[in-house]
Design a protein around this ligand. Structure first.
Ligand SMILES: Nc1ncnc2c1ncn2[C@@H]1O[C@H](COP(=O)(O)OP(=O)(O)OP(=O)(O)O)[C@@H](O)[C@H]1O
Length: 366
């Protein structure tokens, strides 16, 4: 499967701001690439531009060596000539065709022999749990069932490149889990390249080989899920991934916790006055009795327990650190009580430091 290359792609729908801005992104053969970001960040626009359902305003898109969209060269290849499998939020099933005929549609277009078509339709409808409805029409199905028909229709033709825009959004949570596993398996089995749009960070983390995080039309970071989780390039990415989200301690205000942060950062960052905030994920915080940990070896945030909440298998501990709320997740409730004074302790390697422009700052971890 060829590589997809987006080079300095811009999309403007006619408004003052671009829906997508200066996008450089390469999707490699075999990638399961998740486009992740909040509503309106440009994910759907990006995937529609790759599909050819939207033309680009500037830049270029290539599939392999072939330029499929480049306004400056007046090149535009129609969607049906890009050989892509598509499933979008509004599944666009043929209303006058039964489930089986919808799934068969792409196979018929490709003029496959009847016996093979029948076999593939049976296999895909079975696999996606829609075989019992094979003679129904789309209007007689629930949203989730329609979504599965759309997936079956796409998968039946064994596309090498699949573009999926929130394809699981109408499924209940059990079915969503099953379909995620199924997509992951299909990706591996067919060695396909997948571009998958989601605003759900958990979905992206569990499915993707690589994640592209976008915000306000601008690509923020591309990397493996753990890369992005462990080394977010800026505060937006750090904040977008993780539940509960990363805790931030601001450096701009004079506060009691600032002193302990300064004691920790001291020799580890070059210019202390350029630091805007630090961040620590809830699972990186260990709760120790107050005053028992050295503030230069570890980051130590003195706080008070506000509440201890069970989250099934683990506990989320809400603490007040100065005027800020800091959350820690822990497996052992132990002797944690509301009102206790505690130290929230993090190892140097798990402390994220951001400058005043919210960009990541490298920290000496010795
Ligand atoms: N056809 C259109 N005409 C005008 N503006 C549009 C059009 N489609 C999208 N936009 C705007 O472009 C921006 C990006 O939209 P897009 O649908 O790509 O975002 P998204 O990240 O997919 O959001 P969501 O998760 O809500 O679907 C938004 O500001 C949106 O309002």
């Amino acid at each position: 499967m060829p590589t997809i290359t987006l080079d300095n792609v811009e999309k403007n729908y006619g408004g003052e701001t671009n829906a997508v801005e200066g996008l450089d992104l390469t999707i490699n053969d075999g990638d399961f690439m998740c486009l992740l970001g909040p509503s309106g960040c440009g994910k759907t626009t990006t995937v529609r531009m790759i599909a050819g359902l939207e033309n680009i305003t500037d830049g270029s898109i290539r599939i392999g060596d072939r330029v499929v969209d480049e306004p400056s060269a007046q090149t535009f290849v129609a969607p049906e000539k890009r050989d892509i499998g598509l499933v979008f939020q509004n599944y666009a099933l043929w209303p006058h065709l039964s489930v089986a005929d919808n799934v068969d549609y792409g196979l018929k277009l490709r003029k496959l022999p009847k016996t093979e078509r029948t076999e593939r339709v049976a296999r895909m409808t079975e696999k996606l749990g829609i075989a019992p409805y094979r003679d129904r029409y789309p209007s007689q199905l629930s949203g989730g069932q329609q979504q599965r028909v759309a997936l079956a229709r796409m998968l039946a033709v064994n596309p090498q490149l699949m573009l999926l825009d929130e394809p699981l959004s109408n499924l209940d949570s059990r079915l969503r889990l099953e379909m995620r596993a199924e997509l992951k398996r299909i990706h591996a089995e067919f060695n396909a390249t997948v571009v998958f749009v989601t605003h759900d960070q958990w979905e992206a983390m569990t499915l993707a080989t690589r994640v592209a995080v976008m915000n306000q039309g601008v690509l923020q970071q591309v990397g493996s899920p753990m890369d992005i989780y462990d080394r977010p390039v800026n505060r937006f990415v750090a904040n977008f991934l993780g539940v509960p989200p990363m805790n931030f301690v601001e450096m701009t205000e004079a506060s009691p916790q600032r002193e302990s942060v300064v004691a920790f950062l001291g020799r580890r960052v070059p210019a202390l006055d350029e630091i805007g905030s630090i961040g620590v994920r809830p699972e990186s915080l260990i709760i120790e009795p107050s005053g028992t940990t050295s503030a230069s070896e570890h980051l130590v945030l003195p706080g008070r327990i506000e509440s201890v909440m069970p989250t099934g298998g683990s506990w989320t501990v809400e603490t007040a650190v100065g005027t800020q709320r800091v959350y820690a997740t822990t497996l052992q409730r132990g002797a944690l009580h509301t009102g206790d004074d505690v130290d929230l302790v993090a190892q140097a390697a798990s402390v994220h430091v951001f400058d005043r422009n919210e960009q990541r700052v490298k920290v000496d971890q010795s």
